[in-house]
Design a protein around this ligand. Sequence first.
Ligand code: AHG
Length: 333
Amino acid sequence: MNINRKIQTLDEFTIQQMRDFPNATGELAGLLRDIGLAAKRVHVEVNKAGLVDILGDHGTTNIQGEEVKKLDIFANNQFMGVLRHGISCAGIGSEEMDDIVVFDDEISNQSKYVCLFDPLDGSTNIDVNVSIGTIFSVFRRVSELGKPATKADFLQQGLKQVAAGYVIYGSSTMLVYATRRGANGFTLDQSIGEFTLSHPDIQCPPTGKIYSVNHGNYFRYDEKVKRYITACQQKTTETGGPYTQRYIGSMVADVHRSLIKGGIFMYPGTTDRPKGKLRLLYECNPFAFIMEIAGGKATDGQQRILEIQPTEVHQRTPFFVGSKLMMEELENS
Ligand code: AHG
């Protein structure tokens, strides 16, 4: 191991990237710093989740008589708080809130960006100590600067994302984000309390061995999806075996694995829920953007996720994302 290798923190990295653009104002770097700060606070709480019996159950009062917020509400408040008090965000949309929140004040009205996020995805996995995550997406406003942000700022095609990323609270906590310049991953170094660059220029392998889907819904999928699943079971990989099926039920973890190792993640529509479960703006657009920047693909089964014109902030969509060749096999099945 090269112990002299320079550690680069998330802040250093975003500032360095900004220097390559003489007209950059630093707002995006500021936004990412704010998101990193909220992620560290959520990381601390997620790590205490197993102690709720001692510290107080979420949603109840703890031993000190303080109200213990449910973790997803806690996470929502953290992300909303840093973005509201920062100077880079004109408003937010959150999976936890019914409608967008516009920060209508003098500074926020001058901010170029709006942010959408799912503060704690996979939260049903908290009780069993399985990886969960935060997903975020950043758009440049289309409304007039100096005035409050509008819904049109949030209802943009995913293609228009300026940045998208996620935080995975797993065996280590990682923040991965992508801009048009590339996708990079930062691991939280708890000894210094900083996200440090650990996965520079992430490229999704063109194929992989793992397909990820909820098999419990198999009989509710359409014939094309069933054919692809059967093909995965019958196919042999380079090492001679069938594909492996893995499904954590926390898409941040499932898609992260697919991004790093190659693979495909699917949440198809079902006969009872034709649009599936996942939300276009909070979950699918950000992962589609990251995956495409890393060389992979993402569709709703018919069209590129990033080309869908959203009509409402909470809309759902079937979602297929992963390695380029596996996605092409799915398309041709
Ligand atoms: P939740 O945040 O309610 O736990 O939902 C998690 C999402 C996503 O992360 C995961 O891939 C999917 O729901 C799992 O849903 P199923 O249990 O229906 O497969």
